[in-house]
Design a binder for this molecule. Structure first.
Ligand SMILES: NC(=O)c1ccc[n+]([C@@H]2O[C@H](COP(=O)([O-])OP(=O)(O)OC[C@H]3O[C@@H](n4cnc5c(N)ncnc54)[C@H](OP(=O)(O)O)[C@@H]3O)[C@@H](O)[C@H]2O)c1
Length: 193
């Protein structure tokens, strides 16, 4: 199977590429360093030739509602339009558990992405996963005021990015299934120590 991975250089993308290749798939990494920009659309048509399935694990780090909605809408539109032209038969997107009702910030972009996938012309699978183990480090980086680092008071059930990647490749090997069962780690934890 020929699988294209958008976000192939990221936390989930890197293991997804490795796992899909180890299982014998022909993997196309859609990366900006290879001339594929999914916001502008540059290089997308050429890269999707002969592709059966696209896995989208792109990400843009922002807390701005507008930037997040613009990014995820642009990437999804670029991919779905190019997929139709290339005859891709399955689009898979990774989203986040528990984002229903979020109308602002990063999560608003993820909901816009989900809506675009669900309304789109390509048969789809949407997987929602809980936060990765790396999420605590991401929050440490972005949520700080001077020397003070802030942690949101939230429950989390972290999952390994590699586990998510492996699950996405499983889904790519199957038929489009709409909303897949949510994926969560084994233990419930608090982000605040
Ligand atoms: N972090 C969590 O706890 C968590 C939990 C559940 C779901 N998720 C979802 O998992 C997905 C992947 O997250 P991640 O942490 O693996 O992301 P990441 O490590 O930040 O990787 C982001 C990827 O997106 C690519 N990208 C960004 N802008 C692009 C553009 N214009 N054109 C093409 N590629 C572009 C980057 O490529 P470059 O190399 O070109 O920068 C990179 O490969 C996200 O959609 C996120 O919402 C995350």
């Amino acid at each position: 199977m020929r699988i294209a991975i958008a976000g192939a250089t990221g936390r989930v993308g890197v293991p997804a590429v490795e796992i899909a290749r180890a299982r014998g798939h022909d993997v196309v990494a859609l990366t900006r360093s290879d001339g594929v920009d999914l916001v502008t659309g540059a290089g997308a048509d050429a890269a999707l030739g002969g592709v059966d399935v696209v896995i989208d694990v792109t990400h843009h780090e922002t807390r701005s509602t507008r930037r997040s909605v613009d990014f995820f809408t642009a990437v999804t539109t670029t991919l779905l339009d190019a997929e139709v032209r290339a005859g891709v038969r399955h689009h898979i997107a990774l989203s986040i558990v528990g984002i229903d009702g979020q109308s602002s910030g990063y999560y608003a972009g993820k909901l816009a992405q989900e809506a675009a996938v669900q309304a789109g012309p390509v048969p789809w699978t949407l997987l929602r996963a809980t936060q990765f183990h790396e999420f605590a480090g991401q929050i440490w980086e972005v949520a700080s005021v001077g020397p003070v680092h802030l942690a949101p008071r939230m429950r989390t059930q972290p999952v390994a990015a590699r586990e998510v990647a492996s699950h996405l490749v499983d889904l790519a090997e199957g038929r489009p299934r709409g909303r897949a069962r949510d994926l969560a780690g084994p233990h419930e934890e608090s982000l605040v120590a």
